[in-house]
Write a protein that binds this ligand. Structure first.
Ligand SMILES: Cc1ncc(COP(=O)(O)O)c(C=O)c1O
Ligand SMILES: N[C@@H](CCCC[NH3+])C(=O)O
Length: 463
C-alpha cells in the first residue's frame, strides 16, 4: 500500500513537507473510476451525482456524514464474481466487510452465498431470509451458543479453527441429533504481502490449524472419526488487501497437497476446498487491483492441474471475497467544518466524522483519496490532511491528498472506496453517532442502515 513521494511541481516544491503523497492530479475535478463507484459522475453544474442523484440532495435529505452505496455497482461486482467462478464453484460474500439485510437480499438475488463470523452476522442473515444452507460460519472462538444456533439453523458449513472446536462442534451437533457439514481451516504458511494485521496464513497468528508438523493432518484424522461431523473440505484464507496472486497459488497448491495426503491415508477424497477472500481493491489511483476472472482462472488452473497430477477428483472450489465486492461501491460523504492552514506544513480539513466511521487509516496506515463533490473548482491544488472531530491526533481519515485551495466550511467532500470495513468497524468513540448507509440506484435513494440517534446511544446506558 505504500507510495513514494513525488516532486509535486514548482508551486509546491519549496513548501511540501515530508510525506507519501503523489503529485497533485492535473485536474482535481476528474473522478477516477478505479476508486469511485461506477455510476459516480460530475454533472454540468459541477455537483457529483451517484446513481443519478446529486450528493447535495443526499446531504440535504440524509445528513452528513453518510456512507453512500451504489447498489447497481454492488450488484455488478457480485455478478462478476459469480460469472467468473461459474456453476462449478461457489462465491461466499464475506459479511464482515459490510452486512445489512438489504445486502443479504442483493446477494441472494445475484446468486452469492454468505460467510458470517459471529452470532450477530448470522442473525442478520437469517432475519433477512438467507437460506441457511447457503451460509458458512467462521471464527476462531465461536461460543457454544453461537455454534448451537448455527447447527440448529442448519447452516451449510461451519469452518473449524482449532482442535477444541472440532470436539466442541461435534459434541453440540451430536447432542442435537445432527451431522454438521464442516471444513477445517488450515494455515498454509504463506507470508501474504499486505499489512501485518491482515495477513493470516503465516504461522505466528491466531487463525487456523498449521499444516506444519502434521497438525492439519491430525485435525482431519479427528474430524473424520467424529459422528457429529461430516468433513466436506479444507479451507485457507491467506489475508486481505492482496494484489500479488502468488500467495493464492501457493495456498491452492498446499491445500491440494493435503487433499492428496488425506486420500492416501484415509481413502477419502474430500469434495470441496475454500480458498478464502483477500483480493485487494484500489484505494487510490496508484493501486492496480486484479479482476475476479483473473483470480478464478489462476485458481481453477492450478487446482485442476495439481488434482490431475495427483489423480484426484477436482474438488468444488469456493471463495470468500468481501472487500472486492463491496469496497469500491461506496463513498463517505462529509461536510467540511474547518479549514486550518499550517504554514509550511499542510492544511488540516476537519470533517463531521472521523475515526469512528473509518478506523482503517489509524489502524493500518491505510491510504485514501478525497474529492470536493458539491461543486467544481479551478482553484490551485493544496496539500491537505482530512481529519475527524475526535479527541485524538491520530484521528485521520485521509493522510495526504490534494483539494482545491478555495475549499471552505460547508463544502461537501467525499472519500471513495469506503464500502468495506468502515461501517462494519465503526464505533461510538466520543459518543459520536454512527452514520447511515444510503443505497442509491436509478435516481432513487433509500436508507438501508439508519443513522444512530442519541436515543439509541442512551438506550444501552441503564446505570
Ligand atoms: C475467513 C475469511 N474469509 C474472507 C475474508 C474476506 O476478506 P476480504 O474482504 O479481504 O476479501 C476474511 C477477511 O479477511 C476472512 O477472514
Ligand atoms: N478489517 C480489515 C481486514 C480484515 C479482514 C477480515 N479478516 C481491513 O479493514 O482491511
Amino acid at each position: 500500500m505504500s507510495r513514494s513521494a513525488h516532486p509535486a511541481g514548482p508551486r509546491h516544491a519549496d513548501v511540501l513537507p515530508e510525506g507519501h503523497y503523489s503529485a497533485p492530479p492535473t485536474d482535481l475535478n476528474v473522478l477516477d473510476h478505479k476508486v469511485w463507484a461506477q455510476t459516480v459522475g460530475r454533472g454540468e453544474d459541477g455537483v457529483v451525482t451517484v446513481g443519478g442523484v446529486p450528493v447535495t440532495r443526499l446531504a440535504e435529505e440524509f445528513g452528513t456524514p453518510a456512507y453512500i452505496m451504489d447498489e447497481a455497482d454492488f450488484r455488478a461486482r457480485a455478478r462478476a464474481w459469480r460469472t467468473a467462478f461459474g456453476s462449478d464453484a461457489d462465491v461466499f460474500y464475506a459479511g464482515k466487510a459490510f452486512l445489512s439485510r438489504a445486502v443479504v437480499r442483493w446477494l441472494e438475488e445475484e446468486g452469492l452465498n454468505l460467510d458470517v463470523c459471529s452470532g450477530g452476522e448470522l442473525a442478520t442473515a437469517l432475519s433477512a431470509g438467507m437460506a441457511p444452507e447457503r451460509i458458512a460460519f467462521h471464527g476462531n472462538n465461536k461460543s457454544v451458543a453461537e455454534i448451537t444456533r448455527a447447527v440448529e439453523a442448519g447452516v451449510g458449513r461451519i469452518v473449524l479453527d482449532s482442535f477444541q472446536e472440532i470436539a466442541r462442534v461435534a459434541h453440540i451437533a451430536q447432542s442435537l441429533g445432527k451431522r454438521q457439514k464442516v471444513q477445517i481451516r488450515i494455515t498454509v504458511g504463506v507470508e501474504a504481502h499486505t499489512h501485518e494485521f491482515i495477513a493470516t496464513a503465516h504461522e505466528d497468528q491466531k487463525f487456523g490449524i498449521p499444516l506444519a508438523g502434521g497438525q492439519a493432518a491430525e485435525a482431519v484424522r479427528r474430524a473424520l472419526h467424529l459422528d457429529g461431523l461430516e468433513l466436506i473440505g479444507i479451507h485457507s484464507h491467506i489475508g486481505s488487501q492482496i494484489f500479488d496472486m502468488s500467495g493464492f497459488e501457493v495456498a491452492a497448491h498446499r491445500v491440494v497437497g493435503l487433499l492428496k495426503d488425506i486420500r492416501d491415508e484415509h481413502g477419502v477424497e474430500l469434495p470441496e476446498i475454500d480458498l478464502g477472500g483477500g483480493l485487494g481493491i484500489a484505494y487510490t489511483s496508484d493501486d492496480d487491483p486484479r479482476e475476479p476472472h483473473e483470480i478464478a482462472k489462476a485458481l481453477g488452473e492450478i487446482v485442476g492441474r495439481e488434482c490431475e497430477a495427483a489423480r484426484l477428483r477436482t474438488p468444488r472450489i469456493s471463495v470468500e471475497p468481501g472487500r472486492a465486492v463491496v469496497g469500491p461501491t461506496a463513498f463517505t460523504l462529509y461536510e467540511v467544518g474547518t479549514v486550518k492552514p499550517l504554514e509550511g506544513l499542510r492544511t488540516y480539513v476537519s470533517v463531521d466524522g472521523g475515526m469512528s466511521d473509518n478506523i482503517r487509516t489509524a489502524l493500518y496506515d491505510a491510504e485514501y483519496s478525497v474529492a470536493l463533490v458539491s461543486r467544481a473548482s479551478d482553484a490551485e491544488p493544496m496539500l491537505v490532511r482530512v481529519v475527524g472531530k475526535h479527541c485524538e491526533s491520530g484521528d485521520i481519515v485521509v493522510k495526504d491528498a490534494f483539494l482545491p485551495a478555495d475549499l471552505a466550511p460547508g463544502d461537501l467532500i467525499a472519500v471513495p472506496a469506503t464500502g468495506a470495513y468502515c461501517r462494519s468497524m465503526a464505533s461510538n468513540y466520543n459518543h459520536v453517532l454512527r452514520p447511515p448507509v444510503v443505497a442509491v440506484k436509478d435516481g432513487e435513494a433509500r436508507v438501508i442502515v439508519r443513522r444512530e440517534t442519541e436515543e439509541d446511544l442512551l438506550r444501552l446506558d441503564v446505570g
